[in-house]
Structures are given as structure tokens and as C-alpha cells.
Write a protein that binds this ligand. Structure first.
Ligand code: SAH
Ligand code: SF4
Length: 398
């Protein structure tokens, strides 16, 4: 039986442990990812005036500079004192790939050797960045390759916000452009990991992403996807007020216990209550329920009818996601006819339930499912499959 990792304690303060601010070489402090108030305190402690924080912030997050010498409205003395102690770092990109359909993928390698990926999916009316929150994931959902990865650690706030910044670097998207001309119009926390098991760092990163004097992305364009970490959902809604996506995937506790062990801790009733009371949910701002179609597991007509019953009273949209098999996975994807029948029942109840089709012919795995088994494939093949899958998955958000 799976052991569920304990839910992390909720930290009432939005400050982060300064130990995580160390630069890659451990010698200095990386300014990226430090919460604004903490950065202000650090500057004031060093004898600088508080208005310097705003100036520095704008150089870091509005202009995206990585060199103190480029901060032309700061005195030489201040720039030098910054350079003595601080650096401005992005995660290191070990590989950058782009697929024929325009999807871009960056494999990031951290100083401890761990890797995650970030993906950009351009569409006609938007560009979505799929961001990772952890290396691996402790939650071991049976259908998810990321959950089979042994090594797990939380990403720091710098590693989370740095994913958006390196994508902006790649697009030359500095200073922050106005909304309509951006390559990155939306961010989804749908990469590797469970973002609500790394709430403090994800929250700190998203606050930086939303700060109007920096990266300046509206909370309405940010979606956090969770497997259902009930105690953190309310806090997420109250403090960040971003859009919520919930990986539902089953409509009864027995099935959900089996495929998503976190359900044993936070069963469906509690999860749906937390959705019902998610701050800011209205018909104009619905919760996205993700539902992966697993042949013979969760895809019967009765399941569809039960799904409709469960979601009654919750402003919802449902994304039906074809299961993406990976080497060693125990499931098959529901057939197209089964999926269509399932969809019809939901739609006839008045709910939106698009089926997300993948762009590639074969699909290897879901977000972040690189490495381990997939290394047996030729790198180019693996990248093609992953990029195609990720494109489909991320476009499933709204
Ligand atoms: N941990 C978070 C976010 C990352 S997973 C969560 O679970 O919501 C992003 C989405 O991909 C989730 O809905 C997840 O259930 C889905 N997913 C995982 N493995 C998949 C697979 N093999 N095929 C299709 N979707 C998958
Ligand atoms: Fe973790 Fe989400 Fe994968 Fe489950 S689906 S193992 S919560 S990344």
C-alpha cells in the first residue's frame, strides 16, 4: 500500500528561509525569488533606502536584467555594493527544444543534478507556460509517470519564478510587454510535482509573477492544478486567488483511492466541499476538473452520470484527457467512442466537457515524464512525444 507523504504545515508568514537564497556556487545570494518585503528588509538592514527596493525590483522583473551595470538609474556605489554580495541567476537550461508545431521545451538542470522541465505552448490567442513545482512527486498517482520518480524535492521560489524568466529571456520578452503582444499570456502550474505540497515556494513565486511592477501577469491568467490537497486549497484561494484546476479522475472513493492514493487522506466529499468553497469561484470563474480517461476504470456511463451529480452546485468545466501511456503503466486509454459517450452525458447535463486530443500519433507520457524509462527511447523521439503530449495537456486548461 502506498504511504502518503504528510501534508506540509501551513506557514502563516510569507517569508522564506534565507538559506534557499544561495547562489548556484553557494558563495553569494541570488536576488531572484526573494519575496519583495524580505528583499526590502535585506536592503534596509544594509543601510539602503527603502525606495531602492522598487528600483531594484523593476530592474529584476520588469526589465529582466542580469547584470548590475545595466541598472542605469542606480548609483555606481549602490550597484557595486549589490554586486559584492548578490547575483541575479536563472535556472540553467541543459537543453532547449522546439517542435514543428511551435511548442518549446526547456530541460533545466539544477546544481544538485536534479532536472525538471518547462514547456511553452503557443496557440492562436495565447501562449501558455507550463511550470514545474517539484522534482518528481510524492503522491504516486497510478497513471502518472512523475509519481514513479524516486527522487523528490521541492523547487525553491527562485527555481519556480526562474522558469518564467528564462522563457521570457528566450523570447526576448523584456521589458514586460503589454498583454496582447506577449508570448507568455498564461501560466499553468501543471508541470512536475504537486504545487500545494510546496505551497510557500509556489506562492512566493506566483506573487512575484503577479506583481504589477515586474512580470505583471494577472491572477486570472494563472491556473494552479492540484490532486486535491484539501487543507491548502482555501489558503491558495484566499492568498493568491488564482484559477484552480483539480485532478479528479474518479467519481467514487474506491476507484479514486486506488488510482490517486491522496484520496485516502482527503476523500471526494472533502475535496468537493473545498471546491464548493474555493474563494472567488463564480460562473464566470469556474473550477476546471481534469478527468483522465482510463479504459474500464472510470469511463462508464454510470461514472459520467455520477460526475454530473457530484459537480452539481460547483461552477465547473471538465477537461476529458486521453490517458497517455508510458512504459510500465497499468492502464489503457478509453476508446474514442467510449469517450464520446461519456462526454455526451456530461454535455447533456449542461456542462462544458471538451475532449483534449493530442497532436502526436503516439504519446509517451504526461507533464514532466522525462528520464528513467523514457531514456530508452531515442532522445529525439522522446522529445517529440513529450512535446506533443504537453501541448495537448496544457491547451486543456481553458
Ligand atoms: N500534481 C498536480 C499537477 C501536475 S499533473 C495534479 O496532479 O493536478 C498535471 C495533470 O496531468 C494532472 O491532471 C494529472 O492527473 C495529469 N496526468 C498525469 N499523468 C497523466 C497521464 N499519463 N495521462 C494523462 N494525464 C495525466
Ligand atoms: Fe503527482 Fe499530479 Fe502526478 Fe499525481 S498526477 S503523481 S499529484 S504530479
Amino acid at each position: 500500500m502506498n504511504q502518503i507523504a504528510p501534508t506540509p504545515e501551513i506557514n502563516p508568514s510569507s517569508s522564506l528561509d534565507p538559506a534557499q537564497f544561495a547562489s548556484a556556487d553557494g558563495q553569494r545570494v541570488n536576488l531572484i525569488g526573494i519575496p519583495r518585503t524580505q528583499l526590502n528588509d535585506m536592503l534596509v538592514e544594509r543601510g539602503h533606502k527603502p525606495f531602492r527596493t522598487k528600483q531594484l525590483w523593476q530592474w529584476l522583473y520588469w526589465h529582466g536584467v542580469t547584470d548590475f551595470d545595466a541598472m542605469t538609474n542606480l548609483s555606481k556605489h549602490f550597484r557595486q555594493s549589490l554586486a559584492d554580495e548578490f547575483v541575479i541567476e536563472r535556472p540553467r537550461v541543459s537543453q532547449a527544444l522546439s517542435s514543428a508545431d511551435g511548442t518549446a521545451k526547456w530541460l533545466l538542470k539544477f546544481p544538485d543534478g536534479n532536472e525538471v522541465e518547462t514547456v511553452h505552448i503557443p496557440e492562436a490567442d495565447r501562449g501558455t507556460l507550463c511550470v514545474s513545482s517539484q522534482v518528481g512527486c510524492t503522491l504516486t498517482c497510478k497513471f502518472c509517470h512523475t509519481g514513479t520518480q524516486k527522487l523528490v524535492r521541492n523547487l525553491t521560489a527562485a527555481e519556480v519564478v526562474g522558469q518564467m524568466m528564462l522563457a521570457r529571456d528566450a523570447f526576448g520578452e523584456w521589458p514586460t510587454p503589454s498583454d496582447h503582444s506577449r508570448m507568455i499570456t498564461n501560466v499553468v502550474m501543471m508541470g512536475m510535482g504537486e504545487p500545494l505540497y510546496n505551497y510557500d515556494n509556489v506562492a512566493a513565486a506566483l506573487r512575484i509573477v503577479m506583481d504589477g511592477e515586474g512580470l505583471s501577469l494577472s491572477k486570472r491568467r494563472i491556473t494552479l492544478s492540484t490532486s486535491g490537497v484539501v487543507p491548502a486549497m482555501r489558503q491558495c484561494g484566499e492568498e493568491l486567488n488564482v484559477n484552480l484546476a483539480v485532478s479528479l479522475h474518479a467519481v467514487d472513493n474506491d476507484t479514486r483511492d486506488h488510482i490517486m492514493p491522496i484520496n485516502k487522506k482527503y476523500p471526494l466529499e472533502e475535496l468537493l466541499d473545498a471546491c464548493r468553497s474555493y474563494p472567488g469561484v463564480t460562473n464566470a470563474r469556474r473550477i476546471t476538473f481534469e478527468y483522465v480517461m482510463l479504459k474500464g476504470v472510470n469511463d462508464s456511463d454510470a461514472d459520467a452520470r455520477q460526475l454530473v451529480r457530484l459537480l452539481k452546485g460547483i461552477p465547473s468545466k471538465i477537461n476529458l484527457i486521453p490517458f497517455n501511456p508510458w512504459p510500465g503503466s497499468d492502464f489503457e486509454c478509453s476508446s474514442a467512442t467510449r469517450t464520446a459517450a461519456f462526454q455526451t452525458i456530461i454535455q447533456e447535463a449542461g456542462l462544458s466537457a471538451p475532449v483534449r486530443t493530442t497532436r502526436g500519433e503516439d504519446i509517451l507520457a504526461a507533464c514532466g515524464q522525462l528520464k528513467s524509462e523514457s531514456q530508452k527511447l531515442r532522445r529525439s523521439e522522446r522529445d517529440r512525444l513529450e512535446a506533443a503530449h504537453l501541448a495537448a495537456q496544457v491547451s486543456a486548461v481553458d
